[in-house]
Design a protein around this ligand. Structure first.
Ligand SMILES: [Zn+2]
Length: 556
């Protein structure tokens, strides 16, 4: 925020007549851009006002009166910036934050600072959370940090919305992550570095801290981490956590977008976001002409996948996948293939799913039965191998490499508090530069011989994540439009973090599709989600939303 009036300011604190016990107001003479001198007055508890007659019209909000003292709130954004610069000439206005030096500790207060800089005094607790090491009683020379996320819109900040339980809900992924980040403040104490989060109304440690700010979503991981964070904060009973309570999250647990300024993780996150913005969308038209799509339904055969609430993953996601397949075939010109087929059903969808299907073939040549004869990892690997082989043939036939899409459908069993869809994209940092599939079991598969090895340049990894994120945003939009539940906290993720391991699911990690995503359609552990998945009408709606998303994605 450059270009402020920094020169020609006379700083003359003066004592005027004041109530006996109130500290004297601070009076400052400041020069307007026109060279006129205007008085600024900062009063204890009453805030800042400016002598109106010397002010240019541009410094006043619409309809404000120039006569007498003009309250700070009645100034225009330009007037506010000028007044603050004049009153606090030692403040540093940086891109990420304002560093405010306490100059008049008798008259200033955290409330006044919140009113001046964030737009409302009631934000004083947020301001304190941002400066955990500073005492509430202001001391001359203390430097208070006011991050951009707290700064009022008039002062170039992202601005605060009125308190709602989750004001970020309507934002797209990037803005939502930025909003979450804005709720954190960073610090260090005897137990090490942390990001502090102030709990809001209706929030719980599991969902609003662990699931949102770390990469843990599995029940065991979430519970363990919630307990560890509770201990770190001296909380004996997690149910007793009050709104407004400050929770310190050790930085080691934070997901990349929430790492401290200057960290390599945050730098990588920003690089990806920049890549997403740079990446020009691929145009294919509503009929998806020239688009090559490979659909994968997770698990199957001897592997039913996740199980909870009387449901099992395999048949239900197979059903959704078959519905997507049918819609694409009926309504578009996209070229569609599947990686897996249940021989008892073919590519058909079903109204009612009663028992787990026992047989499933990966459609390689020859087909590979998912019958437990080989480790299930083999079946997983053969899916990307098969998909990559389709993509290679498509490119060889002069197909546009940018118009290749791989989608893998799953349902997970997360912490029961989580519900709705979550989408995994291949985090660029966790995609290897080369990988070759080995093993006797795969050697007899023709596709493995042709397409069993992959190599990705740094550029390709970055582009892969960027395009997949763009698709995921389109999918979330389509799901949201049809009121299909979406995971409340960061529904797009680029890593699975369990125990000590961090990885990207193999089917998307090795996919050479330009765009790839693993879609967790629902959380089986959540009863409402399970109820949805049991309903054929929901599965159809879901499939329609996926096809709508694909259409939206291939339109610039
Ligand atoms: Zn799965």
């Amino acid at each position: 925020m450059g270009g402020l009036i920094g020169r020609g300011i006379l700083l003359l604190p003066a004592v005027l007549a004041a109530a006996a016990q109130d500290p004297a107001p601070v009076i400052v003479h400041a020069r307007t851009p026109e060279g006129r001198v205007a008085l600024l007055r900062l009063q204890f508890k009453k805030g800042l006002s400016v002598e109106g007659k010397a002010l240019p019209r541009a410094f006043l909000a619409k309809g404000a009166d120039l006569s007498g003292w003009v309250a700070f709130e009645a100034l225009s954004p330009a007037g506010k910036r000028w007044a603050l610069a004049a009153l606090f000439p030692e403040d540093q206005w940086r891109r990420e934050e304002v560093r405010h030096r306490i100059a008049h500790p008798d008259v200033e207060s955290v409330w006044t600072l919140a009113a001046l800089f964030t737009g409302h005094g009631q934000n004083y607790d947020k301001l304190m959370a941002e400066n955990p090491e500073l005492p509430e009683k202001l001391r001359e020379g203390d430097t208070w940090r006011i991050p951009r996320s707290l700064l009022s819109g008039d002062l170039g900040g992202t601005g605060l919305r009125p308190d709602r339980s989750q004001p970020e809900d309507d934002l797209d992924d990037e803005a939502r992550v930025a909003a979450y980040r804005g709720l954190l403040s960073f610090g260090e104490d005897a137990q090490g570095k942390f990001a502090a989060y102030r709990m809001r109304k209706g929030e719980a440690l599991y969902s609003s801290v662990v699931i949102r700010f770390t990469d843990r979503v599995d029940p065991k991981g979430v519970n363990e981490l919630a307990e560890r964070i509770a201990r770190r904060n001296g909380i004996a009973d997690m149910r007793g956590i009050q709104p407004g309570q400050l929770i310190k999250i050790p930085t080691a647990y934070l997901a990349d977008p929430f790492q401290a300024e200057g960290s390599s993780e945050l730098a990588e996150e920003r690089e990806i976001r920049a890549e997403v913005r740079r990446t020009v969308r691929v145009e294919a038209g509503p009929r998806l002409k020239g688009v090559r799509i490979v659909l994968d339904a997770g698990h199957g055969g001897v592997d039913p996948g996740a199980q909870a609430n009387g449901l099992w993953e395999s048949d239900f996601v197979y059903d959704i996948t078959m519905r997507v397949r049918r819609l694409l075939e009926q309504e578009t010109e996209a070229q569609v293939s599947s990686t897996i087929r249940y021989p008892g059903l073919g590519f058909k969808s079903r109204e009612s799913i009663r028992t787990p299907s026992r047989a499933a073939d990966i459609l390689t040549s020859p087909p590979f039965a998912v019958d437990g004869e080989s480790p299930s990892a083999v079946s997983v690997h053969l899916r990307w191998v098969l998909a990559n082989d389709h993509f290679a043939a498509f490119r060889k036939a002069k197909g546009d490499a940018q118009k290749t899409l791989f989608l893998s459908f799953h349902a997970d069993s997360l912490h029961p508090s989580a519900r709705g869809s979550m989408i995994y994209v291949p985090g660029a940092a966790l995609v290897p530069s080369t990988f070759a599939l080995g093993g006797a079991k795969t050697r007899r598969v023709a596709e493995a011989k042709r397409s069993g090895r992959v190599a990705f340049t740094t550029r390709e990894k970055l582009q892969g994540e960027a395009r997949s994120r763009q698709f995921s945003e389109a999918l979330l939009k389509a799901l949201h439009k049809d009121r299909i539940p979406i995971h409340a906290n960061r529904p797009i993720r680029n890593v699975i973090h369990r125990g000590r391991g961090k990885w990207v699911p193999a089917v998307i990690r090795y996919s050479t599709g330009a765009t790839k995503a693993l879609i967790e359609v629902a959380n089986l552990t959540n009863e409402d989600d399970a109820e949805n998945l049991r309903d054929p009408e929901f599965r159809e709606r879901y499939a329609v939303a996926v096809v709508n998303a694909i259409r939206a994605y291939y339109r610039r």
